[in-house]
Write a protein that binds this ligand. Structure first.
Ligand SMILES: C[S@@+](CC[C@H](N)C(=O)[O-])C[C@H]1O[C@@H](n2cnc3c(N)ncnc32)[C@H](O)[C@@H]1O
Length: 408
């Protein structure tokens, strides 16, 4: 890892556009060109700014983790303060290349992740979105016996310049079979005003819950517990107005003006004898056909790590990441045509995956493997190589990449 901190932006030289069948010199990259730049990423990022502007939708970097190891192709050993200022300077240089709605994703290991997180949390240009813990090795697969513990989890820190940035959720289609319950009131009930709403209370013997079979009822039920008690309007109404009444078990309360199921009211019932949690009945929502669920902050990608060596038709024993992990991140945070930047390109995984997914990509790598590994891998991709995510996305080859070097 180069510790010099050049102050002036660099200049790109020797630019050549590689297609499946041609290699031609170019004066300057166009707005659509994919780029691989060999050079120190600090001056390279600064050199790119006037050429590409603020176009990047996703930065993914996998910098040297500063593990203290000398087993890599370069010694991965610096003082913590030195490593943090190395990362910080490059984050500062990358930020002007980002769109306002970009995601900034850094993968690292326990060696520095806590310090990196504190440093990024304090960065005035970034807002924390998520910390994802990725299982990258089978827990039973110990590499060496001389460690304090088997390090099988890495951290993926997600930030954005946009304080309103939201992690994309998982979308669950609504299942009509969930709606199996009917509510039959057998008496008029007792009026009671709660929170300014004209509610009706049905004593336990004055109503019935009827199972009409999957898909044949009006309602599904939700138990009011956990985050539902605070994060949902029905849960909050229960906690604020109904729970404190201490009504007998299995009392039904009809509350007007809650819910988007078009019924105009929502039924709650107190817990069964011996149970803790109340429930409410929800009819089919009118507003959407699906539910958005947050993603867990855990990814099990260890199986993909086992296949990584052969990916891209290049070997690289320096922290090569699985294509399917990059696919996941690129699909979460970008759309087709968006630009993805990786300024610790290594073997070129990020660019290879971005290419196969129809994203524009810019990669920077200081060492000779910018050309001997990353460019070679991208030329394989352009020629239609079949490893990694190729089959899953129907990759058949095509496109081009411009390779250049940072002038001294
Ligand atoms: C862990 S590797 C990245 C591996 C990559 N994610 C992959 O899948 O192949 C980190 C890379 O950052 C590169 N690097 C370190 N310092 C750099 C710098 N100042 N400028 C550009 N690249 C740098 C290293 O040479 C190394 O290839």
């Amino acid at each position: 890892m180069d510790t010099r901190t050049p102050s002036r932006p660099g200049r790109l030289t020797g630019l050549r556009r590689h297609t499946r069948s041609t290699v031609e010199p170019v004066d300057a990259p166009t707005e659509q060109d994919n780029l691989v730049v060999r050079g120190d990423n600090l001056p390279a990022l600064r050199a790119l700014h006037p050429l590409v502007g603020a176009c990047v939708r996703l930065v993914y970097i996998d910098p040297p983790y500063n593990t203290g190891s000398s087993d890599y192709l370069y010694p991965d050993r610096r003082s913590r303060a030195d490593w943090l200022s190395f990362v910080r300077e490059r984050v500062d240089a990358a930020l002007p290349l980002l769109r306002g709605d970009a995601a900034f994703v850094i993968q690292c290991s326990f060696h520095q992740s806590a310090y990196l997180e504190v440093m990024l949390d304090q960065h005035e240009g970034l807002h924390k979105v998520a910390v994802i813990h990725a299982l990258v090795r089978h827990p039973d697969r110990a590499l060496t016996a001389d460690k304090q513990f088997n390090d099988v989890v890495e951290q993926i820190l997600v930030y954005s310049p946009d304080p309103r940035f939201r992690m994309p959720g998982r979308v669950r289609e609504r299942d009509p079979a969930d709606y199996r319950w009917r509510v039959e009131a057998t008496g008029p009930g007792t009026p009671l005003t709660l929170g300014g709403r004209a509610c009706t209370v049905h004593a336990p013997g004055e109503w019935r819950k009827v199972d009409a079979g999957p898909g044949h009822g009006d309602f599904r039920t939700h138990s009011i517990r956990g985050s539902l008690r605070e994060k949902n309007s029905s849960g909050r109404f229960w906690v604020t107005h109904l729970e404190p009444l201490g009504l007998p078990p299995m009392t039904l309360i009809s509350v007007p003006g809650i819910g988007d199921d078009g019924l105009g009211h929502r039924y709650f019932h107190t817990p069964k004898e011996g149970n803790r949690n109340a429930s409410y009945f929800q009819g089919v929502p009118q507003s959407s056909t699906h539910t958005r669920l947050p993603r867990p902050n855990f990814l099990d990608v260890h199986a993909a790590y086992n296949r990584v060596a052969a990916e891209g038709g290049v070997s690289f024993r320096n922290g090569k990441k699985p294509e399917s992990l990059l696919q996941l991140l690129i699909e979460w945070f970008t759309e087709e045509g968006d630009t993805v930047l990786d300024y610790h390109l290594g073997s070129g995984t990020t660019s290879a995956v971005a290419h196969k997914l129809g994203r524009r990509h810019i990669g920077i790598e200081q060492r000779e493997w910018a050309e001997t590994v990353a460019l070679r891998r991208l030329r394989n991709v352009i020629a239609g190589e079949r490893s990694g995510i190729s089959d899953a996305v129907g990759w058949a080859g095509g496109g081009s990449v411009v390779y250049g070097e940072l002038a001294d």
